[in-house]
Design a protein around this ligand. Structure first.
Ligand SMILES: *Cc1c(COP(=O)(O)O)cnc(C)c1O
Length: 536
């Protein structure tokens, strides 16, 4: 008799206990709604959609542990109990490896021993890591809770930009293995240039039947390009280096530990702070465990601990990685390189905290509700579980494999949170040109005919028409199907694969798309009106 693992199919890893019925919407109803919402994916009512792959951001299912924690949410204005639990959870996750304290259990178990609560949670001090505690967080703040990842980016870049601009003659550049759209927009809005240093192998072919065997870590940063940029622009023109894990803009591809180490070496050589955009840190760690030499036998928490030992700080959206439905943060090493470099006349943490209070709320909630803080703290312990990680990874991989088998040009291997189609290949043999926004036309057809929502991340979203020929080289032409965590089953995937295949087989009928309103707006894919041009 074969063992459970030898059956050739994944062993079930969870069971959903809440059901939401999907409405029976007709094609004509969707067509009408599309017309009335300017054909924008971001303006279409979610309740009219069968399968929604727009984003995995905050759209995942929470676990029973998270729902239980949510009921312990404390909505006090200052120093709610979840604040302390969250700070401990962040230390546990990013610094403590296999030795977490799990102070959240004191709250969930209803601990009433006041001395124990004070000694282990409320009146403790801590320094030297990403999250100062007690008096040290007051005198040298380095942990900032905010509602979303972009708020953390805004907090960081809008605070360092005026410090950098005291030196008026320098044009600043922030390199990344792939800036996310909000990261790039926040950098640019603060007068700094954002540079993408994608890995050279990103668009290379990969066989769909080898996804379980190897992974080329296409999310890596191009190391030579990084050295070149620093040499060419000068060290003083680079405020910091960013590495995004996993690389969402580069098709959700993972970054290897080796690449992180090498970037760290370069950062150290030039004395530059290295930051993570840490949105999907646990998914990235899971790829390292599965595919990188020497990590098979290490736990996810140990791998996460090593990854974060190489950086000076990180911004993060807690809406990713299935962590929580809402949340974001910004953290930097106490007395680290970033702290030294930017504490010119005043401690940079004090400056950041002032802005946090001005824009989001006091530092113990930062614009989040007490309930969300507790759900997030619990989520940090859930997302490093391997069954939880593997279930999601395998679902995304299976989606990509089925598309690959049907001949759809999907970027392979599959990334961690989404499947991406290569639209340049998709439209080969048609008269669709890059500035016809065919990827957008494809998403309109998919929503209209089959009630499935995806998003173009290509020449339309990244504003091809506004870019110089040099900048255009950094624009990929993709459509993304992001997988909300633990929301969809194999039947949703099979429906999507059939629908995508049908449209691919009729690709000559996909309309070109014109921007009908707001072409000049920033982050315009969230804002503009569109008009598909049908052939007859
Ligand atoms: C989602 C995301 C962000 C921004 O986070 P929000 O919570 O949506 O503001 C930043 N970087 C990456 C890689 C992301 O995926």
């Amino acid at each position: 008799m074969k063992s459970q693992d030898e059956l050739g199919v994944a062993v079930p890893a969870n069971k959903p206990l809440i059901v939401r019925t999907i409405k029976k919407v007709t094609k004509e109803q969707r067509e009408y709604a599309l017309k009335k919402t300017e054909y924008s994916m971001f303006s279409f009512p979610a309740d009219l959609i069968f399968v929604d792959f727009l984003s995995d951001s905050g759209s995942g299912t929470m676990t029973d542990f998270q729902w239980a924690a949510l009921f312990h949410g404390d909505e006090s204005y200052a120093r709610n109990k979840g604040y302390y639990v969250l700070l401990e959870a962040i230390r546990d996750t990013f610094e403590r490896g296999n030795n977490p304290k799990r102070s959240i259990n004191l709250i969930l178990s209803g601990e009433t021993n006041v001395k124990k609560l004070m000694d282990e949670l409320y009146i403790t001090t801590y320094e030297g890591g990403f999250v100062n505690g007690g008096i040290h967080q007051l005198t040298r703040p380095n942990a900032f809770i905010v509602p979303q990842g972009r708020c953390a980016e805004h907090l960081l870049f809008s605070t360092i930009a005026p410090i950098l601009k005291q030196n008026k003659d320098i044009i600043y550049y922030i390199p990344n293995n792939g800036h996310f759209d909000t990261t790039e927009a926040n950098i640019v809005a603060n007068g700094i240039k954002a540079v993408n240093l994608f890995s050279g192998n990103l668009m290379d072919d990969f066989p769909y039947d080898e996804m379980d065997k190897r992974n080329p870590f296409k999310g890596n940063m191009d190391l030579r390009a990084l050295e070149n940029l620093i040499q060419e622009k000068g060290v003083e023109a680079i405020p910091l280096i960013y590495v995004t894990i996993t690389n969402n803009t580069a098709a959700g591809q993972p970054v290897s530990m080796n690449n992180i180490k090498e970037v760290h070496k370069i950062a150290k050589k030039y004395n530059l702070p290295l930051f993570f955009d840490a949105c999907r840190f646990s998914e990235n760690a899971n790829f390292i465990k599965e595919f990188e030499d020497g990590y098979k036998d290490r736990s996810i928490p140990i791998i996460v601990q090593e990854m974060f030992s190489y950086v000076d700080g990180f911004t993060i959206s807690f809406k990713k990685d299935g962590l929580a439905n809402m949340g974001g943060g910004f953290f930097f090493k106490d007395k680290g390189l970033f702290h030294k470099k930017f504490s010119i006349n005043e401690d940079i943490g004090i400056k950041l905290k002032e802005k946090q209070i001005l824009t989001f709320g006091n530092d113990s909630y930062g614009g989040m509700s007490g309930r969300d803080i507790m759900a997030l703290a619990a989520g940090l312990y859930e997302v490093v579980k391997e069954t939880y990680l593997n279930e999601r990874k395998n679902q995304v991989r299976e989606f990509a494999r089925k598309l690959g088998q049907n001949g759809i040009p999907v970027i392979l291997p599959a990334g961690g949170h989404a499947v991406y189609l290569n639209m340049n290949k998709f439209f080969e043999g048609t008269d669709m040109k890059i500035d016809d926004f065919g990827g957008v036309g494809f998403t309109i057809e998919l929503l209209k005919h089959y009630g499935i929502r995806a998003v173009e991340l290509g020449p339309f979203a990244f504003e091809w028409d506004k870019k110089t020929p040099e900048q255009r080289k950094g624009v990929l032409n993709l459509v993304r199907f992001a997988m909300p965590r633990n929301v969809y089953s194999a039947s949703h995937i099979d429906y999507a694969v059939a629908a995508i295949t049908e449209i691919y087989n009729n690709k000559d009928k996909i309309p070109k798309v014109k921007v009908s309103r707001g072409a000049e707006l920033r982050l315009r894919h969230f804002q503009t009106g569109l008009q598909p041009i049908y052939k007859n």
